[in-house]
Write a new protein. Structure first.
Length: 264
């Protein structure tokens, strides 16, 4: 395995970290998975992001995680992380030969506020105006699919509750309501969450899934009855306190891979 780190621009701290499979014989082209971790837009849990990336690597993917800009670095923060995700997808396509990536099989998985970034990206990647902000064509931004784990979707669904936090995110909350911007052009969407999430209410996941279904987007939704916020793999590798290794919830990854395979 080769680990790479690539800055996304000269005026931001955002970067892409990759975990690349390397062939001993004839080179192959692998599907790719971009992990967009959570962290309330103040930080990212890098160990968790790496664990998620390596879990997908073990399933045959070229994997990456995005360290996007934080609220302490830009004000208001959004849409900078969404643009940085666009730069990430474009980079994977630009370096597809060197990084052995099948450009038709690039998926993006976002968790918590990372899910907010990915949901907004899914709403915007096909927009000419957004593509101009990234500096590429819409074709360079197209993902195969997106996966949203316990995502933040809209401030109206209960997160954040602190008005100062929301002010740091945006000067127009309606612009960051991802469920209000879904179109029929959105990529296939897999959503999972726990009904008991005490931090980001499950209504976020429901709102985006319902909006996607209403637009005819290929959508799969899984709600697990039990479990706190931030479960990641929901296994002992990413367990951060007692009760966060939940074998039932950990099935989300098998379900997501089966769904992705059906899209091929």
């Amino acid at each position: 395995m080769k680990i790479i780190k690539q800055a996304l621009s000269s005026d931001a701290n955002a970067y892409l970290q990759g975990y690349l499979r390397q062939d001993a014989g004839t080179p192959q082209h692998y599907p790719a998975m971009i992990i967009v971790p959570g962290g309330s837009y103040t930080h990212i849990p890098e160990q968790q992001a790496e664990d998620l990336a390596l879990a997908w690597s073990a399933r045959g993917y070229q994997t990456f995680f995005l360290r996007y800009s934080f609220v302490a670095e830009k004000h208001p923060l959004l849409p900078a992380p969404v643009i940085e995700l666009g730069q990430t997808v474009a980079s994977l396509k630009e370096y597809a030969t060197d990084w052995q990536i099948d450009t038709n099989r690039i998926a993006i998985a976002g968790f918590s506020v990372g899910g907010h970034i990915v949901a907004l990206y899914n709403d915007l990647w096909h927009s000419d105006d957004f593509a101009k902000r990234v500096g590429v064509s819409t074709a360079a931004l197209k993902p195969q699919a997106v996966i949203l784990g316990y995502p933040v979707i809209t401030p109206k669904a209960g997160f954040p509750t602190d008005p100062a936090m929301l002010d740091a995110w945006t000067d127009d909350p309606e612009k960051i309501a991802a469920d209000h911007q879904v179109t029929a052009q959105n990529a296939p969407t897999f959503v999972w969450a726990t009904a008991a999430d005490p931090l980001v209410p499950v209504q976020n996941a429901l709102a985006y899934a319902q909006a996607s279904i209403a637009q005819g987007v290929d959508t799969e939704l899984h709600l697990f009855h039990h479990g706190p916020h931030g479960l990641a793999l929901a296994n002992p590798v990413t367990a951060w306190k007692p009760g966060t290794a939940l074998p039932h919830v950990a099935h989300w990854m098998d379900l997501a891979q089966e769904w992705l395979n059906e899209l091929d």
